[in-house]
Design a binder for this molecule. Structure first.
Ligand SMILES: Nc1ncnc2c1ncn2[C@@H]1O[C@H](COP(=O)(O)OP(=O)(O)O)[C@@H](O)[C@H]1O
Ligand SMILES: [Mg+2]
Length: 213
């Protein structure tokens, strides 16, 4: 479904090759994880797979479409509907509620009411339905992370890519997130996460291990 072919990446300011000819395939129905020590390139790999960071060499294809050949408008559409990326850091806007943050990216494609109803049901599924009307600064790290995942999942994208979705969270919250993502993948989608969380072994269908070169 989402495939990398000979993907190589090097940052301009950093001579080290971070990704060296990586061939990888994220399959439908699979919950896949990328592990490796800090600096091994997990976040870089996720951003390349998400169509956010153009590789120096190689291609990333989503159902045979080369993501890096697309026009900005087409790529934005894919990012809204098909491949949703959840960065490690919180990117919720401060001055609007959690619910507004979740529905905002999609207002052009569906009604506010429908989006909010769906968002609240997903927030409830993740145990934070009561926080929909709160502002992001009123949420803990684990609550914000769950809200960001709801935002990514809102339009049922085929692919969710999440960078360290459970880092820094307690075991119960972390496992709740991993179960949600695992169930999401099983429903015929694909999920790719980067993680250090050892509990991933109980959830992921496969694990790619990156090594610092
Ligand atoms: N914007 C950047 N410019 C230069 N080097 C970077 C940049 N982002 C990351 N790096 C370097 O690339 C390597 C891989 O980083 P990253 O993909 O974030 O690894 P991980 O997520 O596994 O910790 C690290 O050595 C990091 O310092
Ligand atoms: Mg990282």
């Amino acid at each position: 479904m989402l495939t990398s072919e000979n993907v190589t990446y090097r940052y301009k300011k950093n001579k080290r090759t971070i990704l060296d000819s990586v061939n990888y395939s994220l399959e439908e129905g699979c919950f896949s994880a990328v592990m490796g020590e800090s600096g091994s390139g997990k976040s870089t790999f996720l951003a390349v797979m998400a169509g956010i960071l153009k590789p120096l060499e190689g291609t990333v294809r989503y159902n045979d479409v080369d993501l890096y050949e697309l026009k900005d408008k087409e790529l934005s559409r894919i990012h809204r509907n098909s491949i949703c990326y959840v960065p490690q850091s919180n990117i919720m806007l401060k001055n609007i509620t959690v619910l507004e943050n979740i529905v905002n990216p999609y207002l052009e494609t569906a009604s506010d009411e429908d989006l909010k109803e769906k968002a609240v049901s997903l927030l409830e599924k993740l145990g934070i339905g009561n926080l929909a009307g709160n502002y992001p600064y009123e949420l803990s790290g684990g609550e914000l992370k769950r809200a960001s995942i709801v935002r990514a999942a809102l339009m049922d994208p085929k692919v969710i890519i999440a960078d360290e979705p459970t880092t820094g969270l307690d075991k119960e919250t972390g496992n709740r997130i991993l179960s949600f993502l695992s169930e999401y993948a099983k429903a015929g989608n694909s999920v790719l996460v980067a993680t250090h969380d050892e509990h991933i072994e109980g959830y992921a269908d496969n694990i790619l291990r990156l090594e610092r070169s």
